[in-house]
Ligand binder design. Sequence first.
Ligand code: SF4
Length: 493
Amino acid sequence: MFLRSSGYPRIALVYPSTYQASITNLFTHTAYYYLVEHSDALVDRFTLDNPVRGALTGRKLKDFDLLLASANYELDIVYLVKLLSEAGITPSAEGRSMKPLIVIGGLAAMSNPEPFLEVADGVFVGDGEILLQRVVRSVSLLPDKPVDFLDSIGDGIYTGSSITRKVYVEDLNSSIHPTMEIRSRTSEPVYGEGYYLELSRGCRWLCKFCLEGFSMYPYRFRGLTTVKKLIEEGLKYVPKKRVVIYSLSPFDHPDIRNLLASLSSDGVDFSLPSIRWDTLRVEDLDLIANSTQRTLTLAPETASPAISCSIGKCFDPGRFSELAISALERGFDLKLYLMVGLPNEKDEDLLAGLNMVKVLSSHASKLGRRISVSLNPLVPKPHTPLQDHPMIEEREYLRKAKLFEKELGKGVVSYLSWFHAHLQALIALGDRKIGKLAIYLGISGVSKHKLIEFAGKLGVDLKFPMNRRSKDVRPWQKVVFPLDHIIDKQPVS
Ligand code: SF4
């Protein structure tokens, strides 16, 4: 643990979720160790579990000069407001007058910064490592010159005044990656103990609904030599010889099979929390079976070949069944992600998904394995080809979700509440008024009743995500991502 005494600029890393979620996020580790090692700042960490006092110094959040907050999910803006209020800090940027200064980064904030600017003084549109380097360079301007500090961050910082282009690290091999990672005696990261490694960033498949694919573009990966060095060093600081591999689609990495084979032969356990199913060969299942991982999470999204191809994620029922049955035979449970509310979706498309799950479930029960299904509505996201697509109405979503539940049983299917998805869509697609709405909700608590009440006061039309929207009404167009110029040219159906 690195602590500094007073008299230095103070930087708070703020993660608006649980402490456990914060240490599951690699940026928490990267930011903490980088800032401590490369700046004179006093650095501490705050989460919803400790909003008032820092996890390390016990100092109050309101005594910090700069808050670097992460918002990877849309609702993080609401939770951030809650956290700030509990810490005695004015959540509204206007009312706070840069005391303290708040800069937000992360996927949700950078893909549509407008709502977030109601809370933040600046949103960083780009990879966090670049922000960290700029913060180190300019931190001596704090606490006295917050405006100069923001200006000095340079390209990538969005303050609402001018168009901002995303900045990104071109080569992950030469970029920062922590070897030492924060651990706690009371809380393990979500995917269990081990060294957390980012193998790649972005995803080359660019499915038409996928925020990660489009916003994290271009696809980059760490080479095998870099990865092996990181693992060798990183495993020295964790109690288990286990590596959790972060990658949206790890089997796209040219050396993933070599890497997994060499981890196994070195007696190192591993986990792959997400896998694009059609990159996986049946023989890869044997490689994964060498680890202690016993659940594979696969996201076909839909079992309709036509609809799947129209969203850029073509589904081949024969290949999928072969892979799924092979996985069950090797002792894996399966967690499947399916979506409803896709363009041109009909009930027969849902029935195709239902029948597929029924057939697989019957195989699973004969083999003593389990299949679970997570059902989600399509939430249109900025900077994706489906950004203007109407979100499914509540009644229709519930009808479809209940059909799954009736046919497969509650123990098999879980589904995201439509209300939660609607909030995501409002923030993902919204403007400054939605930011004000988020502030109200963060202070008063999230409920349908409060949402309707505050939307009425602010004149927000809560139905806008369910309508087809015009490309002239995209608040996120003030930030430019590398693929924005081709998105409107991609036919969706
Ligand atoms: S494969 Fe997965 S992560 Fe990659 S673009 Fe498609 S949905 Fe996104």
